[in-house]
Design a protein around this ligand. Structure first.
Ligand SMILES: NC(=O)c1ccc[n+]([C@@H]2O[C@H](COP(=O)([O-])OP(=O)(O)OC[C@H]3O[C@@H](n4cnc5c(N)ncnc54)[C@H](O)[C@@H]3O)[C@@H](O)[C@H]2O)c1
Length: 387
């Protein structure tokens, strides 16, 4: 059995989710190579040392450039904020490493294209972490659509709704800083529903959008934000929010379908509601990540008296990814989507088959995000640039 050595950059939210997935992928999926958690990287040596020890990484680095050049690393996983994706992924590809990168692929279309060029030139494998494709119910929805069960697709309706910054005292974290995050709700969660639309319906050709920042000033983190500290030693210093809080858009798909999308961090009460509905000439589908084992399916060809949405528990061995996990009805969760994604990546490494979504598909999403920002500032339909 061969061995694949991984180096992961980032040790917080995605660092933890990915570490868990690297740990479990070989246990649940029949990989030909052993996945070795070789090194994890972060800037704070004490923080990253602790992460390495707790999550089972063999070593740690505090300089990502050093990690990328290590001869004992085969795969670099970029799980740092968006402003670092391009530089890190391009350096990794140039060093001959396979590259996995968190979404959105980059902070701009130009950067994303350079990343694609770098991996193609290096001839390495590349994957973007659009992990919601790997929810079995979502993957199964695609199978049904591909089998023609929905007939001609008329509508896609995607809404990714959260509420974690509704409180005006929530501080100015990096996700609210354009220089680091690229955009706000748009790139963070709008990217996910755009990718799902591409995956389920097909490519988007044109968009018209509106974007808004509801709360323009927030406490600076370093001023001792009352939100976290809950003790006020005087009024906090405020900084400017430079990204969108919400992005809404309509889309025209190349195949003639219509799309409506909503990406917001201001949907009070919605924690991580990543939902879509697809309507076609023969049936319809509905999904919500908050009940991720379920897919709702309406078959127009059922007898009239029996028509209605039926809830499919997507936990049968015949459903995508499930045979690797538990018996029917033994549900899975958020973390499994990352393991499923890595299983696709490592199986592709084993077999030499392409992996999806790759950087090319990441660029396609980036092109839509680019068109959305242009449309929101111009107030009219904008064609998605060629990727
Ligand atoms: N796929 C998903 O569902 C999902 C969910 C959340 C975040 N993300 C994406 O993952 C990425 C990271 O987000 P997060 O939530 O983990 O952020 P985070 O703030 O929790 O963690 C970021 C990590 O990057 C590290 N980092 C930053 N700059 C670095 C540098 N120069 N060198 C080395 N390490 C550096 C930090 O030390 C930290 O460990 C973002 O691109 C984000 O959009 C994806």
């Amino acid at each position: 059995m061969g061995q694949v050595n991984v180096g992961l950059i980032g040790y917080k939210f995605m660092g933890k989710a990915h570490s868990n997935a690297y740990k479990s992928v070989g246990m649940f999926f029949p990989l030909k190579s052993r996945v070795v958690m070789k090194a994890i990287c972060g800037r704070d040596s004490e923080g990253v040392r602790k992460a390495a020890e707790t999550w089972g990484w063999e070593s740690y680095e505090t300089d990502w450039r050093k990690l990328v050049k290590r001869p004992d690393i085969d795969v670099i996983d970029v799980s740092a904020p968006g402003d670092m994706h391009a530089e890190m992924a391009i350096a990794a590809a140039r060093a001959g490493k396979h590259v996995i990168c968190e979404k959105p692929l980059a902070n701009s279309l130009t950067e994303a294209r350079c990343m694609l060029e770098a991996v193609e030139k290096a001839g390495v494998k590349d994957m973007v972490f659009f992990n919601y494709r790997r929810v079995p119910a979502v993957n199964f929805a695609r199978q049904l659509i591909q089998q023609g069960k929905l007939g001609e697709i008329y509508h896609f309706r995607g809404a990714y709704q959260q509420d974690w910054i509704v409180d005006p005292e929530f501080p100015l974290v990096w996700r609210l800083d354009k220089k680091i995050a690229g955009s706000g709700a748009l790139g963070d969660i709008g990217a996910h529903i755009t990718d799902l639309a591409h995956f389920l319906v097909g490519e988007i050709s044109e968009v018209i959008a509106d974007m808004k920042t509801f709360i323009k000033k927030r406490p600076l983190l370093e001023s001792g934000s009352a939100f976290f500290a809950r003790k006020k030693a005087g009024p906090p210093q405020l900084g400017t929010v430079t990204v969108d809080d919400a992005a809404l858009f309509l889309a025209r798909f190349k195949n003639g379908a219509m799309g409506s999308f909503e990406a917001t961090r201001f949907a009070t009460g919605r924690k991580n509601a990543n939902q879509f509905e697809v309507y076609g000439s023969r049936g319809a589908l509905a999904f919500n990540l908050e009940s991720l084992n379920e897919l709702h399916y309406y078959n127009k060809e059922d007898a009239a008296a029996e028509q209605g949405f039926k809830k499919i528990m997507v936990t049968e061995a015949a459903h995508p990814y499930i045979s690797a996990w538990w018996p029917p009805g033994h549900i899975i969760g958020y973390e499994h989507t990352f393991t499923n994604a890595l299983s696709d990546f490592f199986l592709a490494l084993d077999t030499g088959q392409p992996v999806s979504p790759d950087f090319r598909e990441g660029v396609q999403v980036q092109a839509v995000l680019d068109a959305i920002e242009k449309s929101a500032s111009r107030g009219k339909w904008v064609k998605v640039p060629a990727s």
